[in-house]
Design a protein around this ligand. Structure first.
Ligand code: FPP
Length: 211
């Protein structure tokens, strides 16, 4: 969800207001994906590297999680989507960890749609975690069964907003054959119209999976 900071700076607003606006865009997009019958959608909200930003920005992002996770889970459940947090939540204080566990529990019976929100997520961390679980496992199962996204299909589409053209440590295993889309739009301005255009272009791509 790139471009929140620049969206705010352009308006002479603090960066965290950009992130707050980013939550609105996230909910709008989750709803639009639901309408398009997309069963899984993931939002990269806070990476393992984002912890190295200024303390005020990190604290601001953590406050937004504290303030908004309940209503996010509630809104998602209204349209039949389950909230699933991916990432190493042990970084957060115990209050926030409990909140994350509780909001996930509140929607755990929903099966139609899954909305992953990545919090303190790193693709490399995830692979190390999966390898450790894999090594300790007594039954023979594929590595992907131990990723944070175990049981979910690999993404068909990745959209990176804000003009950047890199993966930034996101779903390094899962993105092997994902179709990549790069947009100059700052995340808070990301619209249903742009999402629909991406889906249209996706259907025109020839996916060969190396064949
Ligand atoms: C990247 O844009 C965005 C982030 C690092 C944070 C995204 C987080 C949210 C939208 C809210 C998270 C909260 C909840 C409750 C899920 P940037 O700040 O790097 O933008 P820039 O490239 O313009 O500086």
């Amino acid at each position: 969800m790139d471009g929140n900071g620049r969206w705010a700076s352009k308006r002479h607003l603090p960066r965290n207001l950009g992130h707050k606006e980013g939550i609105k865009a996230m909910m709008r997009t989750a709803k639009a994906c639901n309408k398009l019958a997309i069963p899984y959608v993931s939002f990269y909200a806070f990476s393992t590297e984002n912890k190295n930003r200024d303390k005020s920005e990190v604290d601001g992002l953590i406050s937004l999680m504290r303030e908004h996770l309940d209503s996010i889970a509630d809104d998602l459940s209204q349209f039949g989507a389950r909230l699933n947090v991916i990432g190493d939540i042990s970084y957060f204080d115990s209050d926030l960890q409990n909140k994350i566990t509780n909001v996930q529990r509140s929607t755990q019976n929903i099966e139609d749609r899954v909305v992953n929100i990545a919090l303190n997520y790193g693709g490399r961390d995830e692979l190390i975690y999966a390898a450790q679980q894999y090594k300790g496992s007594k039954i023979d199962r594929p590595l992907c069964d131990f990723l944070y996204t175990a049981g979910q299909p690999d993404p068909d589409i990745l959209v990176r907003t804000g003009g950047e053209k890199r993966l930034s440590n996101f779903m390094l295993y899962q993105l092997a054959y994902t179709e990549l889309f790069f947009s100059d739009t700052f995340w808070p301005d990301f619209s249903d119209k742009e999402l629909n255009a991406i889906i249209d272009e996706y259907y025109n791509r020839d996916r060969r999976f190396g064949k």
